[in-house]
Ligand binder design. Structure first.
Ligand SMILES: NC(=O)c1ccc[n+]([C@@H]2O[C@H](COP(=O)([O-])OP(=O)(O)OC[C@H]3O[C@@H](n4cnc5c(N)ncnc54)[C@H](O)[C@@H]3O)[C@@H](O)[C@H]2O)c1
Length: 344
């Protein structure tokens, strides 16, 4: 709308997800892309051509020199988080938008959160699947009370931990009204995927006790249940809630289904995870939050941190055994310790 403030954006890391972000900012008249950065010159040039030839650079620090974007967005692989957050905070940006996972360890995530809180910088982390119509429908059914009192929330994915687990936990927490987690018990197996750019045990499972009495159950990776209704491997995720009078669940690539106290059998509907559908509202709500501090973004970083913390507590439990109480204090880097602890 004319007259509304346009927020300036710098986007760093123009791979798959950086391009999705840049595209959504570009197509929304509340934002103006003022800078693009990637170490890969070809990607950088192609993105610049597509998004109005803003200032470009292969070095973030140099690109930010002397400029203060409203939004600093970076979509690099998980190995690059803390340094980017520091640069974003130093740039004076009001909001930092970045990709899951929040970090690679609790220590790093705590540093990330400290910098953001001290700098009073808002942040959003891209757990954007929730904008899918099927995710929204499941949330609506659960929130309406149609499945009775929720006692269990759950999520499974055949994709491995650093790719998928915080997605599952984020939507599970949402279905459970973002209740605090009190303790976690976890188990893991397999070391092959520690060599991946999303380093993870091959399989991980966790039980979560939430403060409202609800039990959470998660599994991710090789050995997690198949979702035969879904063809596309990365979308074989099933996330839902069971209550005293029914259940409701979303299949990331296969719609939703439920039994409610009044449904008289299974009811279901369509929906499939789609970046083109999910990114525009995710990005638009960044402008809403910057316009009005009360319109807190559903994917805010404080909430993402809680999900990340649960994932790290599962890893700690897999090495230390027993219940891990939350909140977590700094400790040894969870992935390194877990890799050493697991049998070869
Ligand atoms: N939310 C989702 O649905 C979703 C889906 C896929 C991936 N992801 C996450 O997005 C993140 C990025 O994944 P991707 O698939 O887009 O990766 P990618 O490899 O396609 O893109 C990363 C880009 O960052 C660039 N880069 C690396 N170091 C840089 C630096 N120092 N400065 C500037 N640019 C740099 C690379 O050249 C590359 O172009 C990961 O954390 C991943 O987990 C999220």
């Amino acid at each position: 709308m004319s007259g509304e403030k346009k927020y300036s954006v710098v986007v760093v890391g123009l791979g798959k997800r950086g391009m999705h972000h840049a595209e959504a900012f570009w197509n929304n008249d509340r934002f103006q892309i003022v800078g693009l950065c990637d170490i890969n010159k070809e990607r950088l040039e192609a993105a610049a051509k597509k998004f109005g030839e803003p200032k470009t650079g292969t070095d973030v620090r140099a690109l930010l020199q002397g400029r203060k974007p409203d939004i600093f967005c970076f979509c690099t692989l998980p190995q690059l988080r803390l340094d980017m957050i520091r640069l974003g905070v130093e740039s004076g940006a009001r909001l930092i938008a970045f990709e899951k996972p929040v970090a690679l360890s609790t220590n790093e995530a705590l540093e990330v959160m400290k910098l953001l809180r001290e700098g009073k910088v808002k942040t959003v982390v891209s757990h954007q699947h929730r904008y899918g119509e099927h995710y929204q429908k499941v949330k609506e059914i659960i929130a309406s009370g149609a499945i009775g009192r929720v006692h269990t929330v759950y999520g499974t994915a055949t994709g491995w931990m650093m790719h998928m687990l915080t997605h599952l936990i984020d939507y599970m927490r949402w279905f459970n009204d973002n209740a605090e987690a009190e303790w976690v018990v976890g188990q893991a197996s397999g070391k092959e995927k520690f060599a991946d750019n999303h380093p993870s045990p091959d399989y991980v499972a966790g039980l979560i006790q939430f403060s409202n009495g609800v039990r959470g159950i998660v599994e991710s990776g090789d050995g997690a249940p198949d979702v035969p209704e879904v063809d596309y491997w990365w979308r074989k995720c099933r996330i839902g809630a069971q209550g005293t009078e029914g259940f409701a669940e979303v299949l990331t690539g296969g719609g939703w289904r439920a039994i409610t106290k009044d449904s008289g059998g299974v009811i279901s509907g369509p929906g499939c995870m789609d970046y083109a559908h999910d990114m525009p509202p995710y990005i638009h709500q960044i402008a809403d939050w910057l316009d009005d501090p009360n319109k807190i973004h559903p994917c805010n970083g404080e909430s993402a941190y809680k999900g990340f913390e649960i994932m790290m507590a599962i890893c700690r439990s897999a090495t230390q055994r027993g219940k891990i109480k939350l909140p977590l204090s700094p400790g040894e880097p969870e992935l390194e310790v877990l890799e050493k602890a697991l049998p070869g």
